[in-house]
Ligand binder design. Structure first.
Ligand code: GLY
Length: 341
């Protein structure tokens, strides 16, 4: 989705600037991915579990490609391939399933659930994750689209800019690879311009009236990433975390930086210690800011009583973060907003 389309979508929805009231059941997810929220909510309403809700909500985004950053045909890597990361967590049992660098399978969140339900493992990666998925009955298909081919060929034409290499030759700020290591003084800080909207993610938390809690994520990662790069989304405690005795959190943004701080884990532990969800989210963002003041990112948090909040890091071009909420207060998903700090 381009910027104009996103603005139109936002203006067509009712923006509510409030802190979350406590009400169960609850579905909350990053970004204005309204259809995903609605899919999760209707799953809960029709008797599905919180895991079903998170899986169907994230799967909806994968199918619709949301803003291009979830599902097939988005964020081609340096070879033009789209690869997917996803995770699901059961906050009652602390079982987790995740896939990273998943190739040729569209429905990454369901493969993550299969990892959780049909193996004793937590995370499968790359080609082997795809083989596992095929064995579990998922269909292998090309994730390339005309759009991803166009993004990739424009990037090649523009001398592979931007890219994520440093201290290599030829100079990665001017030339394509292949690159070799170069012993040299440190380069400037990582540049964030132009990369900001290339790594959004759906992160979702679902809670039911009995206090069952689940969370999940799905993304195609970062456009022009180095092949094999895995972001925060499939990393437990980074992309999402859920514990039915404390709360849930899910993050979006620059996963390379954010995963170093396990912000979702931190937020949940703060809520366990009594912080309200907005304060917990804010502290998780502050912790990252201390080291990376210019990072692009946001987090959503919900506690066990259905109170919720969000926080984001204010940088040029990103001063407000939008997210979606469904609870018993409204028949349709509500667009919420938080000012970044
Ligand atoms: N937050 C998604 C990613 O960095 O891959």
């Amino acid at each position: 989705m381009d910027k104009m389309a996103l603005l139109l979508l936002i203006s067509s929805l009712t923006v509510v600037f409030t802190l979350g009231h406590g009400s169960l059941p609850l579905v909350i997810n990053t970004w204005p991915f309204k259809n995903a929220t609605a899919a999760a909510w209707s799953t809960l309403q029709s008797g599905g579990s919180v895991l079903d809700a998170v899986e169907r909500g994230c799967a909806r985004c994968e199918m619709e490609q949301c803003d291009g950053s979830v599902g097939y045909g988005g964020s081609p890597d340096e070879t033009g391939e789209t690869t997917l990361d996803a995770m699901i967590i059961n906050g009652d049992t602390m079982e987790v399933g995740a896939v990273a660098d998943l190739r040729r399978i569209k429905n990454a969140i369901s493969v993550a659930r299969a990892v959780m339900e049909h193996t004793e493992h937590t995370l499968l990666v790359g080609e082997s994750a795809s083989v596992f998925a095929e064995n579990m009955g998922f269909i292998a298909e090309d994730l390339t689209t005309n759009n991803s081919i166009q993004i990739f060929s424009q990037w090649l034409k523009g001398n592979c800019q931007p890219n994520y290499h440093k201290k290599v030759f030829p100079d990665p700020s001017k030339s394509c690879g292949p690159y070799k290591p170069r012993a040299a003084p440190r380069r400037n800080k990582r540049a964030h311009h132009g990369m900001m909207r290339s790594h959004d993610t759906i992160g979702m938390i679902a809670l039911d009236e009995e206090g069952h809690l689940a969370a999940g994520t799905s993304t195609n990662g970062m456009t022009h990433k180095v092949p094999g790069r895995v972001g925060d989304s499939p990393i437990i405690g980074a992309g999402a975390y859920a514990d039915s005795s404390a709360g849930g959190a899910a993050a979006t943004g620059d996963g390379d930086v954010m995963m170093r701080f396990l912000p979702s884990y931190l937020a949940v532990e703060l809520m366990r210690a009594g912080a309200d969800p907005s304060a917990a989210c804010k502290t998780a963002i502050s912790r990252i800011k201390r080291h990376y003041s210019e990072f692009f990112g946001a987090i959503i948090c919900a506690n066990t009583t259905g109170h919720y909040g969000a926080a984001c890091n204010k940088i040029t071009g990103f001063s407000q973060f939008h997210y979606m909420v469904s609870n018993s207060e409204s028949d349709t998903p509500l667009l919420k907003s938080v000012d970044c700090f």
